[in-house]
Design a protein around this ligand. Structure first.
Ligand code: ATP
Ligand code: MG
Length: 288
């Protein structure tokens, strides 16, 4: 039997799962959208990330920072089962979404990816019109009623409506990079996700477009949980409530390099009073 994620009981999560030892557990079970316990990911025989346990807040923006190759994107992809699509990728440990085992055999990965949207570093609009990009998800879900309204609302929430309302039938590929990124966010929002995962969404954008995306994230907060991977520490400090710092541990003898969670805390604390010297080294630019 396939359990639809519609049956997920929003806001109520499994209790008594050893949360005391988990960074961020102070959130309490009903306020977290994801609970990760000892999550590890490997590609073939090579481990990429190990031993990650943390709670991600339902009404928060969570930033993931760390040097290149430490496993930020890999970890992010665990949150909507995108690693399932990568040949050889193996995820172990437990990832709970509102208390449901995200990797349980009864969970439908397609429904997971509807509820948990993803925006990538490089905007990836489909080679279709602006309208058809945003209408794509609702159409697949058979939600053809009031499609014009759905498209307009999604574009408004993504702060793009005013710029595109007179050219909805034009190709999305003719938009600027920043507009394309907001279009991709609108496309995700059109299927009413509960979570938005963003992997370096601003790294190809100028400061003005970046500021617009950051404003947009602040507007979405409360409705949609956001997890953002960023190399921009000012951005993490500006937009997020909590920050996770990952780093790659290198074992020269074994020739392996494995990403680990070093510190996870309220953003303000992590950036002003980090408790681990590796975090301090990274945020002050001495390492990474
Ligand atoms: N599809 C893949 N197949 C094999 N190995 C992979 C794959 N994706 C990532 N890896 C490996 O997993 C490790 C972590 O990579 P990941 O892309 O998650 O890092 P990252 O922190 O997002 O880096 P960056 O900041 O450069 O984006 C790296 O050693 C990388 O080579
Ligand atoms: Mg990455």
């Amino acid at each position: 039997m396939v359990v639809s994620m519609h049956e997920v009981n929003d806001g109520v999560t499994g209790e008594g799962v050893g949360a005391a030892a988990t960074p961020g557990a102070v959130l309490g079970p009903s306020r977290s959208v994801f609970s990760l316990r000892d999550v590890a990911v490997s590609y073939g025989t090579a481990p990429a990330v190990e031993g990650v346990s943390l709670e991600i807040g339902a009404k928060e923006i969570t930033a993931i920072i760390g040097p290149s190759g430490c496993g930020k994107s890999t970890l992010l992809r665990c949150l909507n089962r995108m690693n399932d699509l990568i040949l050889g990728a193996k995820v172990t440990g437990s990832v709970e979404y509102h208390g449901i085992d995200l990797y349980g055999s009864a969970v439908d990965p397609v429904e997971v990816r509807r509820r948990i949207g993803m925006v990538f570093q490089k905007p990836n609009p489909f080679p279709k019109s602006i309208y058809d990009n945003v209408a794509f998800g609702p159409r697949i879900l058979g939600r053809k009623q009031n499609l014009d309204d759905t498209v307009e609302q999604a574009l408004r929430r993504a702060a793009l409506w005013d710029e595109v309302k007179d050219k909805l039938r034009q190709s999305a590929l003719a938009l600027s990079g920043g507009q394309q990124q907001r279009l991709c966010i609108a496309r995700s929002l059109a299927v009413e996700p509960d979570v938005l995962l963003m992997d370096e969404p601003c790294s190809a954008l100028d400061p003005i477009a970046t500021a617009r995306i950051e404003d947009l994230m602040a507007d979405l907060k409360g409705d949609v949980a956001i997890v953002i991977v960023t190399h921009n520490m000012q951005q993490a400090a500006r937009v997020s409530d909590r920050t996770a710092f990952l780093t790659a541990e290198v074992d020269e003898e074994a020739g392996t390099r494995v990403g680990r969670l070093v510190e996870y805390d309220r953003t303000e604390v992590l950036f002003t009073r980090p408790s681990d010297e590796r975090t301090e080294g990274y945020i002050t630019g001495r390492f990474g």
